[in-house]
Design a protein around this ligand. Structure first.
Ligand SMILES: [Zn+2]
Length: 125
């Protein structure tokens, strides 16, 4: 393991710990009893939905970090999974858990967007 990937590993582990802590906290919130007056119910539901959305984001983040850690352990850190090219250090600086180079990331995102985006409503005239 190179010195660089060792320090990245440390950073990712610290990051993961943070995410886990936050997730634990949010999950506790979700487990809490909803104990509100009827007319406050809506706010409570909105709050819970926000919490649930945040949990989903953090879970995703957790998976990304865990994935990046596995990649480091396999000695593949900083190498694009898609094209095998080097991921630029600048990109890794911003996103230490990146597993794709900038180009591949853009391509993957545009493919995802295309397949997920709802079709434009057909015009009716
Ligand atoms: Zn690539």
């Amino acid at each position: 393991m190179t010195k660089k990937s060792k320090s990245e590993r440390k950073r990712l582990l610290a990051n993961l710990e943070q995410v886990n802590e936050e997730l634990g906290h949010l999950r506790n919130l979700m487990l809490g009893e909803v104990d509100v007056e009827l007319d406050e119910g809506d706010t409570e539901i909105v709050e819970r939905e926000k919490t649930a959305a945040l949990i989903a984001v953090l879970e995703r983040r957790q998976q990304d970090i865990e994935h990046a850690l596995r990649v480091i352990e396999m000695g593949q850190y900083g190498i694009c999974e898609r094209c095998g090219g080097q991921i630029s250090p600048a990109r890794l600086e911003v996103k230490p858990d990146a597993t794709l180079c900038m180009n591949c990331q853009r391509e993957v995102e545009s493919i995802n967007r295309r397949s997920r985006a709802p079709r434009a409503a057909p015009s009716r005239w």
